[in-house]
Write a new protein. Structure first.
Length: 202
């Protein structure tokens, strides 16, 4: 998949959002989201267009014991339609989801605290932009808890900022990391990256 603002004959040829303000985990609205994401930078702007990451294992480990106890058995529900609504607020001309796509991607739930299958370490697992609610909690309480956890997880002490240069290749643990992009001058500069996802054979 191509990521960026590449156009050919006036038509977009890459998936494009400039400065996505929503921190997220890729494809968490799926029952089996990809476990790793990779990006290769083909063309990068002179400034901006960075990618920010925040580590969800470190964020979990820094929680106090009372919060860890409260969330240890909770599950979050995610929806493609919820995610699409977020995109539609930024792009009113976005092509609507088809009934076939909606039917193929029903709401799913994932544990809020995930045990990494290789390291055995615990980490937060949540993506606020696609989350609808937390199991067993009313919507207002769900959103309140999600905000508390997000505010904590997005502390700068857990973050890394990658400033892209042409030829950079980056791969990360998709389920242990939230990420987002920063703004760049899309009217005058090109940003183009190739994206690949890696899934576990099940």
């Amino acid at each position: 998949m191509q990521i960026g603002n590449l156009e050919v004959n006036g038509k977009a040829r890459a998936m494009y959002t400039n400065a996505s303000s929503d921190w997220h985990i890729d494809d968490l609205y799926k029952a089996n989201p990809n476990e790793a994401t990779a990006l290769f930078a083909v063309r990068t702007p002179s400034s901006g267009g960075d990618t920010l990451f925040t580590g969800l294992r470190a964020a979990y480990e820094a929680l106090d014991d009372a919060i860890k106890e409260k969330i240890k058995h909770l599950r979050c529900f995610y929806s493609m339609q919820r995610l699409d609504a977020q995109f539609r607020r930024r792009d009113v001309n976005r092509t609507p989801l088809t009934e076939v796509t909606i039917a193929a991607n029903p709401p799913v739930s994932h544990p809020l605290v995930r045990v990494h299958p290789v390291t055995g370490k615990k980490g937060l697992l949540f993506s606020p932009e696609a989350m609808t609610r937390i199991e067993g909690m009313p919507e207002e309480a769900s959103q309140g808890l999600a905000k508390t956890l997000a505010d904590h997880a997005l502390s700068r002490r857990f973050q890394y900022r990658h400033k892209w240069t042409d030829g950079d290749f980056l791969i990360w643990d998709n389920l242990s990391t939230m990420h987002r992009a920063t703004e760049f001058d899309a009217e005058n500069e090109l940003r183009l990256l190739y994206r690949a996802i890696i899934s576990r054979v099940r």
